[in-house]
Design a protein around this ligand. Structure first.
Ligand code: HEC
Length: 229
């Protein structure tokens, strides 16, 4: 009886804790789910395009070099495409924004964080990025000091002006907005842990190998013990 009560209160406390954590991570809201597939080359390439066309106006991904991008089979990008992306920057340089930290602080009041590790670094990961990008509520802008109200950013007041805002004027564009937000979240999830696919593939081989080994050892044991009665 006593043990039951203890277990029950522990479980309840655990549930309350986890639901609070989920709420806290989304500025008071449960995050939206993003359909990201880090093995989907088309999605990753679309995400890379959004990242370099839009996000890199302000953010960097300094741990990701152009050479590195070429080396990932998931992306399958050519030398020409990498050259096009990097412009006149060196091949081994990370994806650096042209916006200087000083200019960024002056224009936005905050320095846009480097996005190389944003997905592993934030609770909710890709869902968080997707939720923030689709979470602007312009009709609430007057409620926050910097004039950008975001439902999912902690505190709701975000210094980043709605980067995909030009897309959400009618229903068709909303679908496009969600698509681009999902694609760039997928790209950021990929660069946050570029070897995850490899690891998963190796994991499968290892499991297969262990299974095979178990069978072989079992057969061996039967063979060795067969005459012992
Ligand atoms: C006009 C400049 C600008 C553009 C373009 C921009 N951002 Fe931002 N971003 C910012 C600033 C400034 C912040 C810091 C916000 C804050 O701390 O209030 C920020 C913050 C963020 C955050 C939240 C980081 C955190 O600390 O949790 C994410 C995620 C993000 N940006 C993703 C993106 C993505 C993805 C794109 C491209 C679709 C993008 N941003 C385009 C300026 C920009």
């Amino acid at each position: 009886m006593k043990l039951n009560t203890i277990l029950l209160s522990l479980a309840t406390a655990g549930m309350m804790l986890t639901s609070n954590v989920a709420l806290a991570s989304g500025g008071g809201h449960v995050l939206k789910h993003a359909n990201v597939d880090v093995t989907n080359q088309e999605q990753l390439l679309r995400g890379l395009t959004v990242f370099s066309d839009v996000c890199m106006g302000c953010h960097s991904a300094k741990y990701i070099t152009y050479k590195g991008l070429m080396d990932y089979p998931e992306l399958g990008i050519s030398r020409e495409f990498a050259d096009e992306l990097r412009g006149d920057k060196p091949m081994m340089s990370g994806m650096i924004t042209d916006l200087s930290p000083a200019d960024a602080s002056e224009s936005y009041g905050k320095v846009p964080p480097d996005l190389s590790l944003i997905v592993p670094g934030r609770r909710g990961g890709a869902d968080y990025v997707y939720s923030v990008l689709t979470g602007y509520a312009h009709d609430h802008n007057e409620k926050v000091p910097d004039g950008n109200y975001n439902t999912y950013f902690p505190g709701n007041s975000i210094a980043m002006p709605d980067p995909l805002g030009w897309l959400d004027h009618d229903a068709e564009d909303t679908a496009e907005l969600e698509q681009q937000a999902e694609d760039v979240a997928a790209f950021l999830a990929f660069i946050g842990d570029p070897h995850q696919n490899e690891r998963r593939a190796i994991g499968k081989y290892v499991l297969g190998f262990l299974l095979l080994l178990t069978i072989v050892l079992y057969l061996l044991k039967r063979e060795v013990w067969k005459d012992v009665h």
